[in-house]
Structures are given as C-alpha cells and as structure tokens.
Design a protein around this ligand. Sequence first.
Ligand code: NDP
Length: 251
Amino acid sequence: MFDLTDKIALVTGGNGGIGLGMARGIGQAGATVIIVGRNAEKSAAALRELQSLGIRAEALACDVAQEREVQRLFADVQARHGRLDILVNNAGSTIRKPPQDFSLDDWNRVMDVNLTSAFLCARAAFPLMKAAGSGKIINIGSILSTFGAPYAPAYCASKGGIVQLTKSLALAWAGDGIQVNAVLPGWIDTELTVGARNQVSGLNERVLARTPAGRWGTPQDLAGIAVFLSSGASAFVTGAAIPVDGGYSAA
Ligand code: NDP
C-alpha cells in the first residue's frame, strides 16, 4: 500500500530541512527522488546523503519562483524520465519584519517563493500527470496557514493561499486522477527556524509550551505523511490540509 517502487518524485527545496526529510521518506519507500534547489553545494551534500541510504536520487538546480526556470525544469524531467508521479511543493522562505516596514519587493519575494512557485510547478506537472491518468501533488503550508503571526504578513498570506490553491487544484484535476493535498507543519527545527529560535527571546520556551507534544518537530517527522500522500494508501484523500504539528492546532 505504501510502496513507491518505479515512481518518479520531485521535491522542491529537497536539498535541506523538511524537503530533505520528505525526500528521504519517499525515496526509502522506493521512488526515484529528484531534489530541487538553488544552492549547488547543499544539493550535492543532500544527494550524497540520499544515495548513501540506497535511494535513487538526482539533483536539479532551479529557482522555482521563476517561470522560465520552472518550465526548463519540467522539460528536463520529461526528457529524463518521460513522467512525473509525485510533486512536493516545499520550497519556501520568509522575511521577518513588521507589516508597515514591508516593501513591495519583500512582499513579492515571499509570495513568489512560497505560493506562486507551487502554482507554477503544479501547472507544469499537470500535462505529465494527466497523460498518465494519475498524480500526487503535496503542497507545504504551515500552522501559519490558519494562525497569524505579527511579523510575517507575506508568509501568513502565502501559506493561507497554499490551502486554497490546494482545494482549487484538487477540484479541477480530480477527474484526471490527480490528487492534491496540503501538509501544515508546526514548529520544525530547520535552517528556516534556527535564526528565530536563537534571536527571538523566549521563542524556544513558547514553542515548547504551546506544542502539546512538548518538543520541536524534526524533518523526519514529515517523512510519514509524505509517503502516505504519495502512495496508494491515500487513494481517497484529496483537497485536504493535514496538520503535522505535535497537536499545536488542536490546542
Ligand atoms: P529550509 O530553509 O531549511 O529549506 C528550504 C529549502 O527551500 C532550501 O533547501 C532551499 O534551498 C529551498 N528554496 C528556497 N527558495 C527556493 C527557490 N526560490 N527555488 C528553489 N528552492 C528554494 O526551510 P524548511 O525546511 O523549514 O521549510 C520547508 C517548507 O516548510 C517551507 O515551505 C516552509 O515555509 C515550510 N514550513 C516550515 C516550518 C518550520 O518550522 N521549519 C513550519 C511550517 C512550514 P536553496 O537554498 O538551495 O534554494
């Protein structure tokens, strides 16, 4: 039920953090994993790690916020594999400032990486998945898809948008056999959060107190949901937004 042998998966931001955790899970379930990022050194290190686990993996460079680069990326995937079974839209970043200090450029940078990239990659994956009559798209939202954060206006807006984009794509493409779901991680210990954890006084304690599981998540905590949503086990799940947050959203 969870076997992904012979599947081709592409994970944006798969060269680090949560994306690498999900790439490990999907790869260990049998898929060939294409990890996508901009930093060549990080991608090479992630590739070595995946291959050392016996996972068939490749690394491709792409800034997924750029339409032309995304078109080139998916043309490359089609040329190499002729198919794409699983797409994980995970690449993301944030700018932390009060809303009144946000420039339009700040706003656009966060929206482009977190939300527009998911649209661009899903649109580029569609013809490949439609031709196969099946496909799995996993969009990474956040607890900030539903909760607010005062210094992250574009991040919150982009992650809220991920949930609505997910529902719209799920409805549009259900008849083509393509399932589209969102995963909403809680506080996960990665490069994205390490700065805030070290710099924002009391953040570590607040996260621990606010998270019923009593700990930060790890990238490995996202591997299981990635395998589930990539596999036949989730055959009747589409348009869902699933929290993986140690109980944060239940409290
Ligand atoms: P990291 O910063 O650790 O990893 C983000 C990855 O995205 C990097 O590997 C980076 O690679 C890649 N990336 C960033 N911008 C681009 C781009 N324009 N094009 C291609 N790749 C890009 O972050 P996390 O692992 O923590 O976050 C992953 C996702 O999970 C994000 O969408 C984030 O918003 C979400 N999330 C994270 C939470 C957390 O607590 N950590 C909580 C909730 C959601 P490179 O530098 O090589 O481009």
